[in-house]
Each structure stands twice: as structure tokens, then as C-alpha cells.
Design a protein around this ligand. Structure first.
Ligand SMILES: Cc1cc2nc3c(=O)[nH]c(=O)nc-3n(C[C@H](O)[C@H](O)[C@H](O)COP(=O)(O)O)c2cc1C
Length: 301
């Protein structure tokens, strides 16, 4: 693995800045381990709630021209079950536990459950297709600040707030997370979207609407990261359509200190981590830069 992409962020040393995004192969601890084996510098678990949950009826993931549309509805085995499975397992790289809940008390309880088995906490304040959780609460800056501050006081681990692009206030929400004590923000979750079968004239997803990911949302992620970099002081994790070294470099230049890959794992398989890392390492060497120096370079006049 290329050593010039080793980095430190949120007090954690990462072999490279490419993390597995929540919801993709990280549904089991074994899946997390295989992503690290394939070259991920860190991993994020599938979002975990207090109770086991089945999620929405299928079809819950459909391929569209420019990415994937999903309305999984946050299926998960429950935080306690997952934490038990993960405990004692050496994943080989930092693990962020992604959690979702309806209010600050539930978030605090989840944080206590997952903290013993994680290296960081990612708050899902951004899923666009589940009632009362995700973006339903993550678009209210006051509530975001309250949730983050409860979580921060419930753990010693770094806490990241994952933001929704389905708002015109992403920077206000990011600032609220920062005021609540977040160590960083993650941008972006999926973009609200839907697709219709023209023959049956019916929406295709079981949940009718869902979230778009992959190539189509990359420029949206670039703008979100760029705007957040202007408005916040904490590090930003960029996510959305990273599938090639170029897409990764663009997000770093916009202001991302680390990146996550979700759909890229489906379109390019787990080898996406090594391929992107190698291309990034080559670019850094060619440009004569350190990785950290590249962060936010697009802002320099
Ligand atoms: C099938 C699927 C399931 C997802 N599940 C979650 C989840 O549980 N929690 C979450 O915060 N994001 C979830 N996401 C969003 C991704 O983590 C990521 O933010 C988004 O897909 C954009 O990145 P990408 O273009 O690299 O996929 C999911 C995405 C997909 C495609």
C-alpha cells in the first residue's frame, strides 16, 4: 500500500484516507474486515438502531444510468447484537459505528452500546427514506446541536455528524454540529430521488422514493464539501460518487481530509480501494505535495 497516502484525522492514524461508507458490505463485521483486507483505510458500519429492524419492502435497490437508487429503510440487527458480534474482532483499521435514532436520549444510549467496540461514532442525521430518523431530524440545526452535544458527552471517541444534501442549509447544519462539539462532518448522504416503471406506470421502489448515490451525485458532494470547508473549522469527510482517483482528488481539493466509498464498491468491487489509493499516491508524487497540503487547495485564490 502506498505510504504517502497515510494520514491522521480525528486523532486516528489511517493507512490511507479511503473509508468504507455506511450501508455497503459493512452490514456484518466480516464485511468490514474484508473491506480492510481489500485496502480500505477505515470502515463505517451499517447504521445501527436500538432495535432490530427489517427495513422497507423490495425492490429496495435499483440501478439507474448514473448510479443507484436505494430505499433500504435502515435494516439492521440492532446495536447490541452488532456490538456483540464485533467485540473481540480485530478489523485491522479504525471502525466508525454509524447510529440512527429519534432523539438525543436514544442517541446517547446507542453511543454507550457501541463505544466499547468502535474507534469513532458517525451520527446518521441524513438518511432520506426513513420516518422520524435520519434527515427527518437532521435538517433542524437546533436539534442537531442537541443530539451532537449529548453524544459527545457520552463518549471519549471522535464524533462525526453525517449530513444530508436534501436541504439548502447544509452549512448551517454543519455549524450546528460543530457547535455541539462534533469532531468532524461527513458529506453527503444520498440525494432524494425516485424512478417510475413506464409500462406499469408505478414507482419502482417499494418505498416509492429513495436516495440516489454514485456518479450522479459526485458534483453535488463536491459543492457540499466546498461550502462546508468555507464555513466550518472541523475536518470534513467527503462521500458521493468516489469511484476513481480523479473523483477522490477533486473532493480533497474541495476540502475533504478523508473520503468514503459506497456505490463504488458495487460498481468496481472492493478493489476500488487499492485502485483509488494507488492513483492518489501517484498524483501526490507527481505534484510534489503532501496529502494534507492538498486539502482545500481549490479555495486558494
Ligand atoms: C445500499 C445503500 C445503503 C446505504 N445505507 C446507509 C446507512 O445505513 N447509513 C448511512 O448513513 N448511509 C447509508 N448509505 C449512504 C452511503 O453511505 C453514502 O453516503 C452514499 O451512498 C453516497 O456515497 P456513494 O456515492 O459512494 O455511494 C447507503 C447507500 C447505499 C447505496
Amino acid at each position: 500500500m502506498a505510504s504517502n497516502t497515510t494520514t491522521e484525522v480525528f486523532g486516528l492514524r489511517l493507512e490511507n484516507p479511503l473509508l468504507l461508507a455506511s450501508g455497503v458490505v459493512g452490514t456484518t463485521p466480516g464485511g468490514l474486515k474484508s473491506a480492510v483486507g481489500a485496502g480500505a483505510g477505515g470502515v463505517v458500519t451499517k447504521s445501527l438502531g436500538l432495535e432490530a429492524r427489517e427495513g422497507h419492502s423490495s425492490p429496495n435497490v435499483v440501478g439507474v444510468d448514473c448510479g443507484y437508487l436505494n430505499a433500504m429503510g435502515l435494516p439492521n440487527p440492532g446495536a447490541e447484537y452488532f456490538a456483540d458480534e464485533l467485540s473481540g474482532m480485530d478489523v485491522g483499521a479504525p471502525v466508525f459505528a454509524s447510529i440512527f435514532a429519534e432523539d438525543p436520549d436514544q442517541f446517547a444510549r446507542l453511543t454507550e452500546i457501541v463505544s466499547p467496540v468502535a474507534d469513532g461514532i458517525e451520527l446518521n442525521l441524513s438518511c432520506p427514506h426513513a420516518e422520524k430518523v435520519g434527515s427527518a431530524i437532521g435538517t433542524d440545526p437546533e436539534l442537531v446541536e442537541k443530539i451532537v452535544s449529548r453524544v459527545v458527552s457520552s463518549t471519549d471517541l471522535p464524533v462525526l455528524a453525517k449530513l444530508t444534501p436534501n436541504t439548502d442549509r447544509i452549512v448551517d447544519i454543519g455549524r450546528a454540529a460543530e457547535s455541539g462539539g462534533a469532531d468532524g462532518v461527513v458529506a453527503i448522504n444520498t440525494v432524494a430521488a425516485m424512478t417510475i416503471d413506464i409500462k406499469t406506470r408505478r414507482p419502482i421502489l417499494g418505498n416509492v422514493t429513495g436516495g440516489l448515490s454514485g456518479r450522479a451525485i459526485h458534483p453535488i458532494a463536491v459543492k457540499a464539501v466546498y461550502d462546508l470547508y468555507e464555513g466550518l473549522s472541523v475536518p470534513i469527510v467527503g462521500v458521493g460518487g468516489v469511484e476513481t482517483p480523479e473523483t477522490a482528488i477533486e473532493l480533497i481539493l474541495a476540502g475533504a481530509s478523508a473520503l468514503q466509498i459506497g456505490t463504488g464498491v458495487a460498481t468496481r468491487e472492493l478493489s476500488v480501494f487499492r485502485e483509488v489509493d494507488e492513483g492518489l499516491a501517484e498524483f501526490i508524487a507527481e505534484e510534489g505535495l503532501e496529502l494534507e497540503e492538498m486539502v482545500g487547495l481549490a479555495h486558494h485564490k
